[in-house]
Write a protein that binds this ligand. Structure first.
Ligand code: F6P
Length: 328
């Protein structure tokens, strides 16, 4: 088994609160085990531009509580071409990097897997799931999700105050790309009247929503909160339609990128730290081409190809619970 001497580390795709805690975990655990860490900046672009800094234990001081990523991030187009990856492999070899640790989502892992295959496994790769969307099938936890849902929840609590004062209907659009996890958690935690997610078309039927808004209004309800997932979109048009048809004042708010920022929650700091250390442990054990995951209450690792091939059906209990909680 070849000993790992130098790790390349990068963050790619959308940033997620807790990435810094994971970076700290990787760096501290690696350096404590005599492994050098090169932090590449701006995602895979840093590999293409040979833009890195060597990271010692002090370089990750005072970051566990900070949102964003000290390594910066990007969605690199060039890296997704074979020629781009060849350039990246050359840079990694030139810097004697034995293994690359990447933090990001599905796209980031696909890039890492392609790099591993293209260099015939000469450079090892390890992925750490970091995305606010929770849309990686092989893991029940992704870094940043917990902070994002807490931020979205607080946002909706505030909107509810003003919505009630004006006796309005409010549509709040939350992030999640094509997944409805942020919407489901935000909706249930704020007692929203409706939750519209891409995974359940029926519940999001606008005509049924309009009927429910009318009924609630007749019963004297002082607000009507609808959480709409980004994957559905069209919040302004929906608001317009509800107001025109029901005559009830309706406002739409798109929470947007504020959900991606801010100091990570305790859970994100702790889980991200564990995943960062775990990535280094897996490398030291000599495992190759792995994803660090959380499943069945444990931190473990799976083969990247296996992990990427997994499918995650949206848990039906979210939908059942949301329906059960309606005040009929
Ligand atoms: O994947 C995280 C995420 O915030 C998604 O929820 C959203 O669809 C996307 O990134 C937004 O990307 P960008 O910051 O490039 O606009």
């Amino acid at each position: 088994m070849n000993r790992v001497r130098t790790i390349g580390l990068l963050t790619s795709g959308g940033d997620a609160p807790g990435m810094n805690a994971a970076i700290r975990g990787v760096v501290r655990c690696a350096v404590n085990n005599g492994i050098k860490v090169l932090g590449f900046e701006k995602g895979y672009n840093g590999l293409l531009d040979n833009e890195y800094r060597e990271m010692d234990k002090r370089s990750v001081s005072d970051i566990v509580d900070r949102g964003g990523t000290i390594l910066f991030t990007a969605r690199s187009k060039e890296f997704f071409d074979k020629e781009g990856r060849a350039k990246a492999i050359e840079v990694l070899k030139k810097n004697s990097v034995d293994a690359l640790v990447v933090l990001g989502g599905d796209g980031t892992f696909r890039g890492a897997k392609e790099l591993y295959d293209q260099c015939n496994g000469e450079i090892n790769v390890i992925g750490i799931p970091a995305t606010i969307d929770l849309d990686i099938a092989c893991t029940e936890y992704t870094i940043g999700f917990d902070t994002a849902i807490n931020t979205a929840m607080e946002g909706v609590d505030r909107i509810r105050d003003t919505s009630t004062s004006h006796e309005r209907c409010s549509i709040v659009e939350v992030m999640g790309r094509n997944a409805g996890y942020i919407a489901a958690y935000t909706g249930i935690s704020t007692g929203a009247e409706d939750i519209i997610i891409p995974e359940n078309n029926e519940y999001g039927d606008i005509n049924k929503i309009i009927t429910r808004v009318r009924i609630a209004n007749k019963k004297g309800k002082k607000h009507y909160i609808i959480i709409n997932a980004e994957g559905i979109g069209h919040s302004y048009e929906m608001a317009n339609m509800i107001e025109t048809i029901t005559g009830i004042e309706t406002r739409a708010t798109i929470l947007g990128h504020l959900q991606r920022g801010g100091s990570p929650t305790c859970k994100d700091r702790v889980y991200a730290s564990i995943m960062g250390c775990k990535a280094v442990e897996v490398l030291i054990e000599g495992k190759k081409n792995r994803l660090i995951v959380y499943r069945n209450g444990e931190f473990t690792d799976v083969d990247i190809n296996v992990g990427l091939a997994e499918k995650k059906p949206f848990p039906q209990y979210f939908i059942r619970t949301a329906v059960e909680l309606e005040s009929k």
